[in-house]
Design a protein around this ligand. Structure first.
Ligand code: AMP
Length: 588
């Protein structure tokens, strides 16, 4: 017989539901099976579980795809300007062929192989082929300054550079500075091979197609390095984050969850976030794990091409940084287009403005998954999705939560601390340094650059400043070096920027701290108006009034044609600070 004794939800005391011999403790969330006639065994020491020791390898992902979703398609808008389509079974075979070719060339376990490439099927083959046979896929961001590209390739000690046709001129100019590269593989076929001054050039298609694919992936240690990606390094040299097979596979399981990127075998995913930016948020791994169809945009990021790919291929999920979505939403606005079958969009890399979340959801019926992460966290850390409690909040309050960066996915732990490393309250108000730890979070940088980067308890200081509220939603208020310190208090530049871009005439906004004789620093707002918009400082000040505390209001607003951006699409505040070094507020 089942006897239920309902919990009143108020007393704060756990209540017990009698269900034969099982009692559920609602407060603790646990369930305990009472011993009923079973013997109670006691063990005094370590007992090894009797489960199979199956190393978590990246090659298992592509093997899984070949067996379980062989005919699912991968469609690429190629660098050569054509549309290419093949299936996971083809990706699997050609990744093995590439692995064979690399081993024959002389690559050995642990060798770093650089890639300078867009999101394409050949880049996917490189990811799986290189790490499948024990190499390290080193994705290089082509948008970095040229000195940074050569620094990164040399620092990593890349032996081969695999590059798309688009980057041949760039690398021709740099080849004398690339001290470790022994061969350049141009990722195209014979008919598209360019005339080039690069030495030791190999045509990718000939390299791959000379092999038969008859290869068994080696049994690697799951802790072996699989990938390498350098941080964009706005100050100092970029630093390398060396992912392991294990960290990549664990990240894959986590990122697939419904409250993370929420993708599955019926999805058509278009990762607009590039494979050279924090592993395209792991999507090339998630897709093989779950069997989603993939649409790869190659070198195309303009609103018109993205829209065309979305509608032509019935894309259901896409992910990228706010700047890309700004271009797509502008295009839709101009053309009156819609987002067809898209149901979810992942936004991260920079804060998703409220107005952008609203437009996606209210105008186009697309659910926004606002996420936070970093190169150092593989990258997924948090996603703003609803819980039992918050699901019933008003639409406005749920939108407030979506503007935050969200709750941790299982596997990642977060806290905020003050300057003395004391944990700060999770009340949604206290700002602190955001600390993170978990099995896909960096332990130390490649080459031990920067020395010890974890504290005694294994926490990594993200360099972000954040709040965490009582429901566990984290909100980035700034990079620690961008926060504006006014009269001993902190002003969030991100909050001010997000509110400003909600003004219909504002395309982009940046806020920086300017030295102030009385307050130490005060905010200066720099605005890029929308095309043909007539807008003045007074309009912005009126728009901000009441939306932020009076003392947060900027002391001045200036208008510019464009803002400088980093290689990953973030506003380059270091450059803005230099440009406005001599700026003084009108009242000073
Ligand atoms: P990267 O390693 O280039 O991906 O940069 C990581 C940094 O981007 C983080 O430390 C944050 O400062 C910023 N970032 C990432 N996602 C978000 C987000 N959703 N909102 C605000 N900042 C973000």
């Amino acid at each position: 017989m089942v006897m239920l004794q309902p919990h009143d939800g108020k007393s704060g005391e756990p209540s017990f539901f009698k269900f034969d011999q099982i009692s559920h403790d609602c407060k603790q969330g646990g369930s305990r099976v009472k011993a009923s006639g079973n013997k109670n065994y006691r063990y005094g020491g370590f007992m090894k579980g009797k489960m199979q020791d199956w190393p978590l390898l990246v090659s298992k992902l592509i093997d899984h795809a070949a067996v379980n979703h062989p005919n699912v398609e991968i469609i690429t808008a190629t660098v050569e300007g054509l549309e290419h389509c093949y299936r996971y079974i083809d990706l699997h075979l050609r990744s093995k062929k590439l692995g064979q070719a690399l081993l024959k060339w002389g690559m050995v376990e642990g060798d770093r192989i650089g890639t300078l490439a867009w999101n394409t099927y050949r880049h996917m083959e490189a990811w799986y082929g290189i790490s499948g046979v024990g190499g390290v896929t080193h994705t290089i961001n082509p948008r970095l300054f040229t000195e940074q590209i050569s620094y990164i390739a040399n620092h990593a000690g890349d032996r081969i550079l695999m590059l798309d046709l688009s980057f041949v001129p760039l690398i021709e100019g740099l080849q004398d500075q690339l001290t470790t590269i022994e061969a350049f593989i141009i990722m195209t076929d014979r008919s598209h091979m360019p005339e080039t001054s690069l030495k030791n050039v190999i045509c990718y298609e000939e390299f791959v197609e000379a092999e038969d694919g008859d290869l068994t992936w080696p049994d690697l240690d799951e802790n072996a390095a699989a990938g390498l990606c350098y941080t964009s390094g706005t100050t100092g040299n970029p630093k390398g984050v060396l992912y392991s097979h294990r960290s990549n596979v664990l990240h894959t399981y986590a990122a697939l969850m419904v409250d993370a990127l929420a993708v599955g075998g019926r999805d058509v995913i278009m990762p607009v976030v590039p494979m050279f930016h924090a592993n395209a948020w792991g999507i090339p791994y998630l897709a093989t794990a779950c069997g989603a169809k993939l649409i790869l945009n190659g070198p195309n990021f303009d609103g018109a091409t993205l829209h065309e790919l979305i509608t032509r291929h019935d894309v259901t999920m896409t992910a990228g940084v706010p700047t890309v979505w700004l271009m797509l939403l502008n295009h839709l606005e101009e053309t009156g287009g819609d987002l067809a079958k898209v149901t979810k969009v992942g936004i991260g890399g920079s804060a998703a403005p409220r107005s952008m979340i609203q437009t996606f959801q209210d105008k186009y019926g697309v659910e926004v998954h606002h996420a936070w992460g970093m190169t150092e966290t593989s990258p997924l850390g948090t996603v703003a999705t609803m819980t039992h409690e918050t699901e019933s909040w008003s639409a406005e309050k749920r939108l407030d939560l979506q503007c935050k960066q969200g709750r941790t996915v299982f596997g990642v732990e977060l806290k905020i601390v003050d300057d003395d490393n004391n944990e700060m309250p999770k009340d949604g108000k206290a700002f602190g340094h955001l600390m993170v730890r978990g099995p896909w979070v960096v332990e130390s940088y490649y080459g031990d650059d920067g020395g010890t980067i974890l504290d005694d308890d294994g926490w990594f200081n993200t360099g972000d400043v954040a709040t965490i509220d009582a429901q566990g939603y984290m909100q980035i208020t700034d990079r620690s070096k961008d926060v504006i310190k006014s009269g001993g208090e902190w002003i969030s530049s991100i909050d001010l920027e997000n509110i400003a871009v909600g003004h219909p005439d504002v395309a982009e906004a940046a806020v920086i701290g300017i030295a102030h004789p009385k307050w130490d620093e005060r905010p200066l707002m720099i605005i890029v108006p929308r095309e043909n918009a007539q807008i003045e400082k007074a309009d912005i000040m009126t728009f901000l009034r009441g939306k932020v505390a009076k003392w947060w209001e900027p002391n001045d607003v200036v208008f510019v044609d464009e803002l400088p951006h980093t290689a990953t699409g973030k506003i380059l505040k270091t450059e803005l600070r230099i440009s406005y070094e001599d700026y003084r507020f009108p009242e000073d």
